[in-house]
Design a protein. Structure first.
Length: 81
C-alpha cells in the first residue's frame, strides 16, 4: 500500500507542482481516503486550493499494478485530463 501512496503523491506533484497536506493534516500520508473503488489523495496546491487524485486498484491480482496505479482513470491518458 505504501508504494501505491508514494506513486499517488508523485503523480500529484507532477501534475500540480509543490503540494501540502490539507485540512490541518500534518503529513501527506494522513491525506488518503480508501474506498472500495479506489484510493484518494487530498492535498493543497501552492495557491491553497484543495485537489484530489484517485488511484484505481488492479482489476485482479494477476494484473500488473504499475499499469493501474497511476492516478488517472483507466483508458484516459494524462494529456486528455
Amino acid at each position: 500500500m505504501q508504494l501505491i501512496k508514494s506513486r499517488a503523491i508523485r503523480k500529484a506533484v507532477k501534475l500540480h507542482g509543490p503540494i501540502t497536506p490539507c485540512s490541518g493534516r500534518d503529513s501527506l500520508s494522513d491525506c488518503f481516503t480508501t474506498e472500495i473503488n479506489g484510493l484518494y489523495l487530498w492535498f493543497n496546491c501552492k495557491d491553497n486550493s484543495t485537489r484530489v487524485i484517485k488511484s484505481y486498484p488492479p482489476l485482479n491480482r494477476s494484473e500488473n499494478t504499475e499499469t493501474f496505479w497511476r492516478g488517472e482513470p483507466r483508458g484516459i491518458p494524462d494529456n486528455t485530463l
